[in-house]
Design a protein around this ligand. Sequence first.
Ligand code: AMP
Ligand code: ZN
Length: 454
Amino acid sequence: MSMYVCGPTTYNYFHAGNARMFVVFDMIRRYFMHKGYDVRYVQNFTDIDDKIIQRGNTEGMEPLALGQKYIEEYFKDAKALNILPATVHPKATEHIPEMIEIIQGLMKSGLAYEVEGDVYFAVDHFPNYGKLSGRTLDDMKAGARVEVDERKHFPMDFALWKNAKPGEPAWESPWGQGRPGWHIECTAMSLKYLGAGFDIHGGGGDLVFPHHENEIAQTEGYLKGETFARYWMHNAFLTINQEKMSKSMGNFFTTRELLVNYPGEVIRFYLLGTHYRSPLDFSDENLVMAQKGLERLQTSIRLSQQALERLDSSKNERIQVELVQAAKEAREAFEKAMDDDFNSALAYAALFELAKTMNGYVQENPVYSKGLAEAQKTLVELGEVLGFDLLHPAQVSIEKGEILAQVMEVVLEIRARSRQKKDWEMADFIRDALKEKDIIIEDTPQGARWQIKK
Ligand code: AMP
Ligand code: ZN
């Protein structure tokens, strides 16, 4: 089976809201794998767009290099969250010729037009525009802002190709130097790596309109009506004080920051603890609750492991049928929950129930090893389906966070002393070297503070 998921725009570390999307679709992928499907999974990198160019300019970094930097950082944080690498991670900038070819096809079919080096998709020439989001062109027109671009034939027409502005990265095209609009990359990369009619197209709920609506219009327009994706799935938002966590609003925590205080598996456990189509509110309390929940499962595995090591299975021939039964029931409840639109929150309940039963037996004597081994194996295996390695808990990184804070205190003290001695070279070196590692020092009246760059 085949899945395409819209990946990150790489101008920053990804935030916890993005992480929700990556973890949710990783969970869905893993469940299909558990069911025996061979999953071909494509997740792109948007490594050129306005925000990347802007951030490159403010940081004095070449936009394409900035995009590349955050692709590398993506893999580090994704690994910490135990997100499997995609089968293919295509980058927009490496698929410009494919995009140009599709745009040319659309122009030939009368679905796109050029204006002074820009190319637009003509939404009113595509009969089903609005079918995913349930909007009509009339509604959209009424909702369109007054200052629409005069050069567009219709207010909702969107850019397939953008004429180069001076100093921006640009590629050669039949319409002159320019760069692609955002939507076209997903059409080009999904068709290239999965072909038309692939199984599931996923992304966050903010992508339904306009991004996915536009993907459908341009792809099905290009394919002359052939189906683009068979199913569409969207996760609800991670919110903070009931508002969407987003880079543009500034109300976000990067995964990198959270990893200072929480192991990746705790963040993952928190993100999957709510059904993917329900909003999930971000707070430290919720993360701490997730940490406790995960620890309950880990403790149960540890206790059963100790009991199994104590028991001599050769003299322990009997099977604890109750535990075998509990394992069977847990598996059934787990699969039922996951079969019902990937209800990972309910699947957790099956894991907790089994852990509770195991704890009860481990504390009693005698326990028969065969039943316990079966129950433990089941709990580990079901945990793994959701991307948790219950046998090997991560080191508690709260400790790591504390150590980091202590080390930083010493570093800032050294810098303060250098400044007292007017050793500006050393003080600047410390600040700049930390900045290289994305640790930002800020001097305040109360002394220097540090934070990981957002
Ligand atoms: P971006 O890097 O902004 O293009 O977003 C990458 C992915 O994360 C997209 O699929 C978004 O829909 C998703 N996303 C962004 N913000 C949130 C959020 N607060 N909650 C859940 N998913 C999000
Ligand atoms: Zn996309």
